[in-house]
Design a protein around this ligand. Structure first.
Ligand code: SAH
Ligand code: SF4
Ligand code: F3S
Length: 490
């Protein structure tokens, strides 16, 4: 068993979504031009790559999992931290080596780094053929044609409307059981450390009817879980009046008593939950300033809405939160944790993102992050040290003054605290029975299945005669900080 546990812990590192790479599968048929897509960053980026694959498929491109075999390489990039951009640069160097022997090969950079650096990678550094920002993917066939004709292919225009609502994604890395659905794009918050508002543009919400249709289609194909994606899902707001742009205009019209159809996030959750009781619904990311009791009550009302909330705090200190421009205090964050526990109970999973060593953070302020973690009892967290990003409010206003060793030491303290909390939270589950949606076999052994419970915890148990895609009641018998281990019960 100890070997199994070791392996599970390694596998679970894949939950650190940021800076993780995701590669297209083989679906090209003979005679098709082959596209290789490699994606970095968040789930939104992975989801966008599926839209890109769909757009390119209509142009006759099939996907490949081997870049040496490709006619076209797209690197869908992330700018969130400096390290993410360094990884992409290394990869571009490798692709350019292949291109040296295969001049017809085209290399395109998509996503947040394309948007941030605009034509720099193409014109100054000359290491790519195509540059396309997150709102320019419909133009990719046009950009490829431009380059085929010997011209430059750049489009970094950010849109106020684009949601790709009508495009059916080609599922690239799917297990056939769980899928992501983008419900909105962009972000209207201005967290001072964050590059996303600059790379993804203004917030806009996708037509809820197209979201429900996508969920229905996935369920009909055998999928059992959808995750609704947005940088701030609680801010979702859509109106049937196309002339209203963005949340502020919709809210103004609502106040005036206009009779247009308006859908908020709680309404959308309910609409998707009603697709089928056997379709689980998850969502990410929730913003502490926007998550309402209405959303929490909707979660409580539907068994198939998973009881798990990713509620990034970033810091536990009110002064640091203020200069991060997160627009809530420690007390207001705690109020949301209390509301979750009151309405959804102690079993609801809560996770966080934390940044160690933000500009001017003192030792005492850092300790408040640790005490907030103790209060919230996170099941897990994504933890980073601060990385200054050019052009952000923090880069303009504050000095990045915490020495790297101090940032790393504080980060380690946060990670150690989380490991302690995760183990504590998982130990509570030993002896309990959870409904688990089986997603596949454990990497270590074909004899072990792996899935998640409603609270998003990974559960591993002996296969017996169960299969991926089934819901199985599993009694938890042991745990690590990362995984629950159990056996199926009737
Ligand atoms: N929209 C989400 C976060 C998207 S970015 C939210 O508001 O929570 C994912 C995480 O990356 C952030 O929550 C933050 O913890 C981290 N992050 C963003 N910018 C960063 C930076 N400059 N340095 C270190 N971590 C950063
Ligand atoms: Fe970045 Fe803040 Fe928007 Fe999240 S809410 S994407 S951290 S600006
Ligand atoms: Fe990275 Fe862009 Fe996502 S910066 S985290 S890929 S929104």
């Amino acid at each position: 068993m100890s070997d199994l546990i070791k392996d599970i812990e390694i596998v679970d590192k894949s939950k650190e979504v940021c800076d993780v790479v995701n590669v297209s599968k083989d679906n090209a048929v003979a005679g098709q031009r082959k596209l290789y897509i490699e994606s970095y960053g968040c789930q939104m980026n992975f989801s966008d790559s599926e839209i890109v694959a769909s757009i390119m498929q209509k142009e006759g491109f099939g996907t490949t999992s081997n870049f040496e075999d490709a006619d076209l390489i797209f690197l869908n990039t992330c700018s969130i931290r400096e390290k993410a951009e360094q990884t992409v640069r290394k990869r571009l160097t490798q692709f350019n080596k292949v291109k040296a022997d295969k001049p017809a090969l085209l290399v395109g950079v998509l996503g947040c780094m394309a948007e941030r650096l605009k034509s720099q990678l193409l014109e100054e550094e000359k290491i790519v053929d195509i540059v396309a920002g997150p709102d320019a993917y419909r133009d990719l066939p046009g950009l490829v044609a431009e380059v085929d004709d010997g011209n430059k292919g750049v489009n970094v225009f950010l849109s106020r409307e684009e949601t790709y609502a009508d495009i059916t994604p080609v599922r690239l890395n799917s297990n056939g059981i769980t899928a992501f659905i983008s419900i909105m794009r962009g972000c209207d918050n201005m967290c001072s450390f964050c590059v996303v508002p600059f790379t993804r543009g203004r917030e806009r919400s996708r037509d809820p009817h197209s979201i429900v249709a996508e969920a229905q289609e996935l369920f009909a194909k055998g999928y059992k879980e959808v995750t609704l994606l947005g940088q701030n899902v609680d801010s979702y707001k859509w109106s049937s009046d196309d002339s209203l742009k963005g949340k502020a205009q919709i809210e103004k019209a609502e106040k005036k008593g206009s009779d247009v159809e308006v859908v908020n996030f709680a309404n959308l959750l309910e609409m998707v939950a009603k697709v089928n009781p056997d379709l689980r619904v998850r969502f990410s990311t929730s913003h502490p300033k926007d998550i309402t009791d209405e959303v929490l009550h909707t979660m409580a009302a539907y068994e198939n809405i998973c009881k798990y909330i990713h509620l990034p705090a970033q810091s536990g200190n009110t002064r640091v939160l203020d200069i991060m421009n997160r627009t809530y205090t420690r007390e207001e964050y705690i109020d949301r944790v209390d509301a979750i526990r009151r309405i959804l109970g102690d079993d609801c999973g809560i996770s966080s993102d934390m940044i160690a060593g933000f500009c001017t953070e003192t030792e005492e302020e850092h300790k408040e992050t640790i005490t907030l973690m103790d209060y919230a009892k996170y099941d897990f967290s994504y933890m980073f040290f601060y990385s200054e990003r050019p052009g952000t409010l923090a880069a303009k206003k504050f000095e990045d003054d915490i020495p790297l060793e101090v940032k790393k030491r504080r980060l380690k303290e946060i990670i150690d605290k989380q490991a302690e909390l995760s183990l504590e939270r998982n130990k509570r589950d030993v002896g309990r029975v959870y409904k688990v949606l089986v997603e596949g076999t454990s990497k270590r052994s074909e004899e072990q299945l792996k899935g998640r419970n409603s609270a998003n915890k990974v559960v591993v148990f002996p296969r017996e005669s169960y299969n991926p895609g089934e819901y199985v009641n599993v009694k938890i018998t042991e745990c690590t900080a990362a995984t629950l281990i159990g056996e199926a019960v009737d």
